[in-house]
Ligand binder design. Structure first.
Ligand SMILES: NC(=O)c1ccc[n+]([C@@H]2O[C@H](COP(=O)([O-])OP(=O)(O)OC[C@H]3O[C@@H](n4cnc5c(N)ncnc54)[C@H](OP(=O)(O)O)[C@@H]3O)[C@@H](O)[C@H]2O)c1
Length: 294
């Protein structure tokens, strides 16, 4: 263990679990694998993994047990019958879920004498094990520090968010929310320029450059959200209003769904009606913050 190559068990060999196991093998960790449906381990066993013939054997094989299955219910179904075997081991749950599910599973693991880290994978399977792979963890700092060398095999962006096991799930959905808003914005934009016969691939370089600029706009907004001082340094909410109306008009004229733009207009109008016409766009955070909502 001194060289960081702690034996690892991976339970769940779907697309993500197989990628995790491959990354542990690439990091030269003795790797044991198990999956509900037999056969999915074959490629990994050929690559050097030990295929366990039962969940109990899989759990017992390693001090570090990683589970990555469809949902928490599946994780309980797999681990529940063999939970005594978890005592003295670390359970790292990379299954997607909510913060409440993560906190409940941490308690469940503690009752069985197991350590627990909850993780959120911000990468698709082909990127696992690369420097770019971001995996977020919540759980006790000393537990994370002790297992960091092994977990780093899964991605260069291995990040400990704090002692709260619920944090990784909250970050996960927060980041995915940004992703889906961006995807929808791009699809809407591609439909708009497409209606003028501009291929999406022609539009793409400008869209990517614009996204870099938009990302930089977030720096003052984050500071404003934290301080509560929304003094506009770029554009006022009032200034945002008419371009949003143009987006709605251009969309409607082409039969393109303008719902997202109408929603944006509603948010801006609400803030303006609350007396914030001269504030920055960051003031909109109040709409999403129940305690601050007028
Ligand atoms: N794929 C991604 O890009 C990605 C990215 C981030 C996070 N994740 C998360 O990673 C987790 C796994 O995703 P995946 O892409 O690997 O999904 P997947 O390819 O559909 O694999 C699902 C896995 O869960 C197992 N499973 C499902 N129900 C089960 C049950 N009742 N009992 C036992 N095992 C059960 C499956 O076993 P069988 O083979 O027996 O069906 C399989 O190993 C999910 O929580 C997902 O949200 C995935």
């Amino acid at each position: 263990m001194g060289d960081g190559r702690v034996p690892v068990t991976v339970i769940g060999l779907g697309m993500m679990g197989r990628a995790l196991a491959r990354a542990f093998l690439a990091g030269e960790h003795p790797t044991t694998v198990w999956n509900r449906t037999a056969g999915r381990a074959e490629e990994l066993v050929a690559a050097g993994a030990a295929g366990a013939d039962s969940v109990a054997a899989a759990v017992s094989a390693s001090p570090l047990v990683v589970v990555c299955v469809r949902d928490y219910q599946a994780a309980y179904e797999i681990l529940g019958p063999v939970s005594d075997a978890l005592a003295g081991r670390l359970l790292v749950n990379l299954t997607s879920g909510t913060s409440a599910q993560a906190r409940a599973m941490a308690g469940w693991a503690a009752e069985r004498g197991a350590g627990y880290l909850d993780g959120a994978i911000m990468m698709t399977p082909p990127g696992i094990g690369t420097a770019e792979a971001v995996i977020l963890y919540g759980g006790p700092s000393e537990t994370f520090a002790a297992h960091r060398p092994a977990l780093t095999a899964l991605g260069g962006g291995t990040i400990h968010l704090g002692a709260d096991v619920g944090l990784a799930s909250v970050y996960d959905v927060a980041l995915l929310g940004i992703m889906w808003s961006t995807f929808n914005g791009f699809m809407h934009a591609a439909a708009l320029v497409g209606s003028e016969n501009v291929p999406a691939t022609t539009f793409l370089p400008l869209a990517r450059q614009w996204l870099t600029g938009v990302a930089s706009f977030l720096t003052p907004y984050a500071e404003q959200i934290d301080t509560g001082d929304y003094t506009a340094s770029d554009a006022t909410l009032e200034t945002h209003l008419s371009p949003v109306e143009h987006l709605i008009e251009e969309s409607r004229a082409r039969g393109i769904d303008a719902t997202a733009a109408e929603y944006t207009k509603r948010l801006v109008e609400e803030a303006v009606a609350n007396g914030h016409a001269l504030d920055s766009y960051a003031r909109i955070v109040e709409h999403f913050t129940p305690a601050l909502r007028a």
